[in-house]
Design a binder for this molecule. Sequence first.
Ligand code: DX5
Ligand code: ZN
Length: 221
Amino acid sequence: MSSKLIAPSILAADFGNLQRDIEMVNNSEADWFHIDIMDGVFVPNISFGMPVLKAIAKHADKTIDVHLMIVDPDRYIKVFAELGSNILTVHYEACTHLHRTLQAIKAEGMKVGVALNPHTSINVLEDTINDIDLVCVMSVNPGFGGQSFIENTYDKVIQLKELIAIKGASTLIEIDGGVTNENAKALVDAGADVLVTGSYVFKSDNQAETIKELRALANSN
Ligand code: DX5
Ligand code: ZN
């Protein structure tokens, strides 16, 4: 069984001390950087854009997992590849021609992810799951950090795990929103492979230690 991964969300970092927080993640047991890009249209909030991602990528020495919460993401696929994204995740709800978008992301040499809002059924991925490297199951409504976890997520993870098995796909399951030490183990037991964690890590007193504990929980049997 491969290790379960922890992806701290930089949205919850201290932007006045961004380099310090990036180094903390570099030196911690975290596996990926999770980067939330919001456009104020697809979600009711604006986070940060390309210049900030460029600065993050300059210092980050782990996989960069970019979560686009923007309409018409096709416009920026090339730019995100050039900025150093290793995984580019688009929202199912933001893509009219999802299959085409997935191919365009792969053509730029990135792994491709699809995020599903809490109201979106797993079934919508039946015809594309074999083309997807990662499904990001939103466990909060996207737009803000620090929200509480939606319990229905467990059922979705179980359904998704089943779909992946039936189709013989090798897609990873990522959970995004409200992850803490209280639900990490149960999420992994349900089938999660990657846990995004924002405020739980960055608001803790010893961030690297919190990442370490979360990773241990996620990998305990
Ligand atoms: C929400 C973002 C999440 C968020 C997670 O729209 O996609 O990645 O940063 O933050 P927490 O862990 O605080 O819910
Ligand atoms: Zn996210």
